[in-house]
Design a protein around this ligand. Structure first.
Ligand code: ATP
Ligand code: MG
Length: 200
């Protein structure tokens, strides 16, 4: 049996916590388009990015996706979200880990970036997902300063989600919300194949 004193103490603690949270909610007054970064070596960056798109679309917002790295498999999120008027742009020749042709990859990355820039200038798009763009910056296929400039100049209310490992620190500095996904375990390390619906 929970003793009454214990219960009272719990209640008081909860009330105190609620007061603190309410105070912070009341203090947050600004509305603005957010820059979100999902980085790190663990699994869950792209799924989180697509989850944000699904959330936005569920509220009637208009969203668009640019995929900078095309996996070997069809993309489950694309199958779903295209039915909900989310436009996808998948990088031309499809940069994958198997491609070895730097020039072709660079051209494809730049074409995807040209498309991304148009989205970042379009006030009718509420949310833009730039999936795996961090690698294009790391490989210098697209210019970091141009990315920073386009993000800065975008419509004030437009949200942007960036995913990929090793996000450049300047983007992290500019971002409003940054999460780093840390790998604790991954099934693949135990010889388990990538699973449809979970891994792609
Ligand atoms: P997801 O798309 O599942 O959210 P992610 O975007 O965080 O993953 P990426 O680095 O883009 O991770 O990798 C894409 C693919 O690689 C996914 O199929 C994912 O399951 C797998 N993967 C992610 N992290 C790891 C890891 N630490 N070890 C092995 N495979 C991984
Ligand atoms: Mg990913």
């Amino acid at each position: 049996m929970t003793d009454e004193k214990d219960n009272d103490r719990h209640k008081a603690r909860m009330q105190e916590q609620k007061a603190k949270v309410d105070e912070r909610i009341a203090a947050a007054q600004e509305d603005k388009g957010l820059l979100l970064v999902l980085t790190g070596n663990g699994k869950g960056k792209s799924t989180s990015g697509f989850g944000t798109i699904a959330r936005a679309v569920g509220h009637g917002l208009k969203a668009s996706v640019v995929q900078y790295v095309k996996g070997g498999w069809e993309c489950g999120e694309r199958n779903l979200l295209e039915k909900h008027d989310v436009e996808f742009h998948v990088m031309g020749t499809g940069f994958t880990w198997e491609t070895q042709d730097k020039d072709t990859d660079k051209l494809a990355a730049q074409a995807a970036w040209e498309h991304s820039k148009k989205l970042l200038q379009d006030p009718s798009i509420d949310v833009v997902l730039l999936d795996e763009i961090t690698y294009m910056i790391t490989y210098k296929y697209i210019d970091l300063d141009e990315v920073l400039a386009a993000l800065t100049a975008r419509p004030k209310d437009q949200h942007v989600v960036i995913t990929g490992r090793a996000c450049h620190r300047s983007i992290i500095e500019m971002a409003d919300t940054v999460s780093e996904v840390r790998p604790v375990k991954h099934a693949f390390d135990n010889g388990i194949k990538a699973q449809q619906g979970i891994d792609w």
